[in-house]
Design a binder for this molecule. Structure first.
Ligand code: NAI
Ligand code: A1CAB
Length: 267
C-alpha cells in the first residue's frame, strides 16, 4: 500500500511515524509533501520518509492520502490536487471541523475518511475516532483502522455528529487534562512546594489514577469513594467541587468544543 501525507506538522508527522510500523506498507516508503521550507529540510534529513516536492507525481502513485494541514489551508490543497485525483484513491482527513461533503467536493473524490485524532498519538497513546463516506468499503475501513491504530487506538463512529462530539471529548480533551494539572500545580506551589516537586506530585497522581482506572472495572465514582474517608480530606475537596458546580462546568466546556466543531463545519 502506498501512502502520501500532505502536511507534515505535529499531527501529520505523528501519524506518519506511527504508520511506519504498519505491515500494510509492504515495504513501500511513506511519501510526504509540505509547503514549509523548514519541514522540507527536516524530512529530507529523515531517511524514514521520502519528501515529495512535486505533488502531481506523488499523488498519482498514492493509494491513500492523509491530509493534515490546518483547516484554513484546506482550499489551497483542494485547488492544488482536485484535478489530479483518481477515482479509486482514498483520502483520510485529520482536519477538525471539515466535513465529508466539503472534502468530497473540494477534492473531487468519493472515498473519504474523516477522523478526529488526539495529541497523545505522539507517544503511541492516542485515540482517533473516524467515520467513512458511503463509497468506502468495509475492508477499506478496516485497513484505515489498522493504520490509525498504529498511534494508539481508533474507534469507528456511526456518523459525523460523533466526530464533532469526539472533538469535544478526546480531540480537545488532552487540553482539559492539562488545565486540571496546571490548576493543581498552582495549588501545590501556593502550598509552598517547588515547581519541580509540584510537577512530580501532580503528574504521578494523574498517571497512577489513570492506571488504576484502566486496570480495574470500577467506575470513577467507586474510585472516588475508595479515596474518600467519611468526614475526611478528600470529601472536603469533592464537596467543594460539587458546591462550585465543577461537574456542570466541565460538561459545558466539552459542549463548547463540540458546538465549535459543528460551527467550523459550516464555515
Ligand atoms: N494539534 C492537535 O491536538 C489536533 C489537531 N488536529 C488537526 O490536525 C491538523 C494539523 O494540525 P497540526 O499538525 O497541529 O498543524 P501544524 O501547523 O503543525 O501542521 C500543518 C502543516 O501543514 C503544512 N501546510 C500548510 N499548507 C499546506 C499546503 N497547501 N500543502 C502542504 N502542506 C501544507 C504546514 O507547513 C504545516 O507543516 C489540523 O487540521 C487540526 O485541526 C486534530 C485534532 C487534534
Ligand atoms: O483546537 C482544535 O481546533 C483542534 C481540534 C481538536 C484539538 N485541536
Amino acid at each position: 500500500m502506498k501512502l502520501l501525507l500532505i502536511g507534515a506538522g505535529n499531527m501529520g508527522l505523528t501519524y506518519a511515524e506511527g504508520m511506519l510500523t504498519s505491515s500494510l506498507l509492504n515495504g513501500n516508503p511513506i511519501r510526504v509533501h509540505d509547503k514549509s521550507l523548514e519541514v522540507k529540510e527536516k524530512i529530507l534529513k529523515d531517511d524514514r520518509f521520502i519528501f515529495e516536492e512535486d505533488l502531481q507525481t506523488a499523488l498519482s502513485e498514492a493509494d491513500i492520502v492523509f491530509l493534515a494541514v490546518k483547516p484554513y489551508h484546506k482550499e489551497d490543497v483542494f485547488e492544488e490536487i482536485n484535478e489530479l485525483v483518481k477515482p479509486g484513491q482514498m483520502f483520510v482527513s485529520l482536519m477538525a471541523g471539515v466535513n465529508i461533503k466539503t472534502l468530497s467536493k473540494g477534492l473531487n473524490a468519493k472515498k473519504i475518511v474523516r477522523t478526529m485524532p488526539n495529541l497523545p498519538a505522539q507517544v503511541g497513546k492516542g485515540v482517533t475516532s473516524f467515520t467513512v463516506s458511503k463509497h468506502v468499503s468495509k475492508l477499506e475501513a478496516k485497513l484505515v483502522k489498522s493504520l490509525l491504530d498504529t498511534t494508539g487506538v481508533s474507534v469507528k463512529v456511526k456518523n459525523e455528529k460523533f466526530i464533532d462530539a469526539s472533538t469535544g471529548i478526546s480531540g480537545s480533551g488532552p487540553a482539559y487534562v492539562f488545565y486540571f494539572m496546571e490548576s493543581m500545580m498552582q495549588a501545590a506551589r501556593d502550598m509552598g512546594f517547588s515547581e519541580k516537586v509540584s510537577k512530580v506530585l501532580v503528574s504521578q497522581t494523574f498517571e497512577g489514577a489513570v492506571e488504576l482506572f484502566n486496570q480495574n472495572d470500577l467506575s470513577p465514582k467507586k474510585w472516588m469513594d475508595r479515596v474518600a474517608s467519611k468526614g475526611g480530606t478528600t470529601r472536603a475537596a469533592l464537596d467543594s467541587m460539587e458546591d462550585n458546580n465543577i461537574r456542570e462546568l466541565i460538561h459545558d466546556a466539552a459542549y463548547a468544543a463540540f458546538d465549535r466543531a459543528v460551527e467550523l463545519g459550516k464555515e
